[in-house]
Ligand binder design. Structure first.
Ligand code: URA
Length: 250
């Protein structure tokens, strides 16, 4: 985490932590609710170091951080967006204490896809992880109609042409086991791709004459979905996990 030595205006620091607008914070300061290193403040534009100074609001010391990083086990039925007029979004699953940092999903999962979704407000890291030049691997588990086997493994390894003519990069398909569901024979598979075209996994199976009926992402880059996370729940990443993600930086 970048704990810079730089000072910032107090109203900017408190604004970042969700204490309100500049004028809200000015009011709080005027009312004597904010202290700096034990002394009640008068000026909401005062320069302070949020990592080193002791800033307190109503006697409670603030804990400053610039970035937040979370892994969410996305359930079906919510969309990978920050706001929407009709649909529930992944941010509706995050408590307000973390929503004030304005996190956003890194990439998208379809509304009916479950599993690993990274949320952060670190725009640079998100940009690097999504860059087509980085080839960040993403692994999915899926149920697909019919039996898939050696033919599909070879085709995915070679690359398949999607409906728009795009030929996919080599991908690794593993067939886990046949499942017999309501729809007849299904195959349970694991697929690792290193790019992120729109609906890519579903379109890859369409290209080989099959259909995905259930899809879950289980990993992204070096991080694997924590299996103690129930659908719809999240946890913050550890510092070590954030450092692992940063290996994808330029
Ligand atoms: N591929 C898909 O088809 N859908 C997803 O949500 C993710 C990858």
């Amino acid at each position: 985490m970048s704990k810079g030595k730089k000072t910032q205006r107090l109203d900017k620091i408190l604004g970042h932590l969700g204490y309100g607008s500049r004028s809200d914070i000015k009011k709080m300061v005027k009312q004597g609710q904010v202290s700096l290193n034990g002394l009640v403040l008068k000026d909401s534009g005062m320069q302070c170091n949020p990592y080193e100074d002791d800033i307190a609001v109503n006697g409670e010391r603030i804990e400053y951080r610039e970035f937040v990083y979370m892994m969410l086990n996305k359930p079906q039925g919510v969309i990978s967006a920050t706001e929407d007029h009709r649909e529930r979004t992944v941010l509706d699953l995050i408590p307000v204490e973390l929503r004030v940092f304005s996190p956003f999903p890194v990439g998208r999962l379809d509304k009916d896809t479950e599993g690993f979704l990274l949320l952060t407000n670190d725009g640079q890291l998100a940009h690097d992880l999504l860059s087509p030049r980085k080839h960040v691997p993403k692994t999915y588990e899926a149920h697909v109609l019919g039996e898939v086997g050696a033919r599909e493994i070879a085709m995915f390894r070679e690359g398949v042409a999607l409906d728009d003519g795009y030929v996919t990069l080599p991908a690794e398909l593993e067939v886990l086991e046949p499942v017999h569901g309501e729809d007849g024979a299904l195959s349970r598979i694991r697929l690792t791709i290193s790019e992120g075209k729109f609906h890519q996994v579903k379109r890859m199976f369409m290209a080989v004459g099959s259909k995905v009926v259930y899809l879950k992402r289980i990993s992204m880059g070096p991080l694997i979905l924590d299996d103690s996370l129930a659908l719809g729940s999240f946890r913050e990443l550890t510092d070590a996990e954030v450092e692992l993600l940063k290996t994808y930086r330029k």
